[in-house]
Design a protein around this ligand. Sequence first.
Ligand code: PMP
Length: 293
Amino acid sequence: MSDTQQIWLDGNIVNKDEAKLSVFDHGLLYGDGIFEGIRFYSGRVFRLEEHIERLILSAKAIHLELPWSLEEICQATVDTIKANGLTDGYIRLVITRGEGGLGLNPYLCPKPSMFIIAAAIQLYPEENYLNGLELITCATRRPTPASLSPQVKSLNYLNNVMAKIECIQAGVMEGIMLNEQGYVAECTGDNIFVIKNGKLFTPPVSDGSLDGITRQVIFELCEKAQLELREKSMTRYDLYTADEIFLTGTAAEVIPVVKYDQREIGDGKPGPISKKLITDFRELANSEGTPCT
Ligand code: PMP
């Protein structure tokens, strides 16, 4: 990262070296906070309002009252991108419960903090978009929605981090997380889609996945392309015997999977429907959005 990177912090744009939070911030002490990841392409932020709406809903769910409106958060996001002079990249917005005591009590944190980071990123090398990814099944399970809904994009990502460690130790970049019943939920930071006999399937979010904004874009693209897509609970068998698999996420975009638990998916190469949706997604992402230059 550049030394001159500019961060939005509680209403001010400051140099990254001056962007500091208290060690008593409950975001750090307890993971008590929420975040969003957003992409911008060709000087326009993709699905900005949808992301900020999801952030506001996460805040509501954890009883965190925000002093900023949707419009103010959108403006702060655009201001951060402008301050960094970027046209393409990734934005991370984080809202913490704020500074408080050493106990859990969030009511002793008088005001939340928000910071926004803009950066140029590519999550996976271009080669993986062309040739696909390999996945494993992670032993770490996605916790039941009855404990913490996966719809809350909270700072509590330790479960996903543990699964990511398993992937890295196995020498692959991503892994499938099952729910406690053994059904496929999602990957450590992406949703999953399976293609069989020309039809697309994705797990219902009630099986333990985030209702990803890229996931929603795939629903739109399939409708436009008259591809049949429906939600279905799936086991590993459905993935082993799939014709194609791809993952979706803001950072990952749309990326094909060619190997899973040592089984080749289809013929071991990205399939035609995945390739079409990768192209359609890129076209859409580069053709709409909130101006940020
Ligand atoms: N699942 C998890 C656990 C994630 O962290 C993400 C990334 N936000 C996704 C799925 C994909 O969601 P989106 O398309 O909204 O980025």
